[in-house]
Write a protein that binds this ligand. Structure first.
Ligand SMILES: C[S@@+](CC[C@H](N)C(=O)[O-])C[C@H]1O[C@@H](n2cnc3c(N)ncnc32)[C@H](O)[C@@H]1O
Length: 357
């Protein structure tokens, strides 16, 4: 439920006790103490709250002034970091760290973008698409779409991919934060993948051997058979048998790298991406990457869902031309309900892509 400070008549009748209750449900809540949203947002919220109480000629709770004073005088330890916590319908929470900046460390991948939230609204309405499916995400950023899908749908496997080192590091922290203390029914995080990313000597094309084997890499299968057996037990032995969620992997994948292991070994049923249509020079390689996954030789039907904020019509049209020039058909339909709070001023499009074969 989202309450707006501007529109709520009931807020203009709050007692000091009720104001304190709201304070303890927001700025002073346990979630915010543990995973604080950006200091700037907290200050703005309390300032607007106090202003609203004063404008309505209400007695303002001392605790509001005290908390505001504490915020404006506090040293900004995590100026660049923001935590967002989502309460899931089935119970449980999803908490992600993100940057307060749209562009940070030369990448746009450190923030959750509106198209990712919009895509999650669609996923919530279409869980069947993911039922027992192997899903791969392109340009996953800090991991909101994937964590949301892996925790709310019954996927068989979810493979997060991105290429930027800082983005992958932030993704690792978010995966650890949400999947480490796994409960029955949650997705299981592949430890081999995380170990891969902890190893500073690995090259840019990182994919764990468990994922290679599952994708059907025969050479690796022979070479590492015994070792693999143990890994598989480690990774999935305590998961699927009790009807729990699928296994979560992460791998580095650069669309511009034509020949890479992820493209070779991973054969998903569903490909997801949010807000990846933005840089004209990347569009041919993005379309080419999609084509590889859509036309894999596994014999299964593969579908891709690409959610996009259409900020520039020409860039979007350019991507459609790249798609049309390949053997890929397309249709689109977005979510019907608004659930998350984000700026919806920019038009959104959801492309459903499938191979014409
Ligand atoms: C606008 S962000 C979207 C992030 C996330 N999907 C979301 O919607 O919150 C674009 C993402 O594409 C990734 N990206 C950009 N160029 C890429 C490339 N050549 N190969 C793979 N990923 C790339 C970025 O690292 C970033 O995570």
């Amino acid at each position: 439920m989202i309450y707006s400070l501007q529109e709520s008549e009931w807020m203009k009748k709050l007692t000091t006790r009720e104001q304190e209750e709201i304070l303890h449900l927001t700025v002073l809540s346990e979630i915010n103490k543990k995973f604080p949203i950006a200091l700037e947002h907290q200050k703005k919220f309390l300032k607007a709250f106090i202003q609203l109480m004063e404008d309505a000629n209400l007695e303002v709770a001392d605790a509001l002034y005290e908390s505001y004073a504490a915020l404006i005088s506090s040293v900004t330890i995590q100026e660049e970091l923001n935590f967002k916590t989502f309460i899931l319908e089935e119970g449980g929470m999803l908490t992600l760290e993100e940057s307060t900046r749209m562009l940070s460390h030369g990448t746009t991948g450190l923030q959750i973008w509106p198209a990712a939230l919009w895509l999650a609204e669609w996923i919530l309405e279409n869980p069947d698409v993911f039922e027992n499916k192997s899903v791969l995400e392109l340009g996953c950023g800090v991991g909101f779409t994937g964590l949301f899908t892996a925790l709310t749908c019954n996927v068989q496997q979810y493979v997060f991919t991105d290429w930027h080192r800082k983005v992958l590091q932030s993704l690792c922290r978010n995966l650890n934060l949400n999947l480490k203390q796994r409960q029955r029914g949650d997705a299981t995080l592949c430890r081999n993948c995380l170990d891969n990313f902890d190893n500073p000597n690995t090259d840019s094309d990182m994919i764990c051997k468990t994922l290679r084997r599952r994708g059907g890499g025969e050479e690796e299968e022979e070479e590492e058979e015994e070792e693999e057996e143990e890994d598989l037990l480690d990774v999935i032995g305590d998961g699927k048998e009790d009807g729990a969620g699928g296994t979560v992997h992460l791998a580095s994948l650069d669309w511009e790298q034509a020949d890479c292991d992820v493209k070779r070994f991973v054969k998903p049923d569903v490909v997801l991406a949010a807000d990846v249509i933005f840089e004209p020079k990347l569009l041919p390689s993005l379309a080419e990457t999609l084509k590889v996954f859509l036309n894999n030789q596994k014999g299964n039907e593969v579908t891709a869902y690409i959610a996009s904020s259409v900020r520039n019509e020409e860039t979007f049209a350019h991507f459609l031309r790249e798609i049309d020039s390949s053997e890929i058909g397309r249709r689109s339909k977005g979510p019907s309900k608004e659930i998350f709070h984000f700026d919806r001023s920019c038009p959104m499009k959801l492309l459903k892509l499938y191979s014409r074969k």
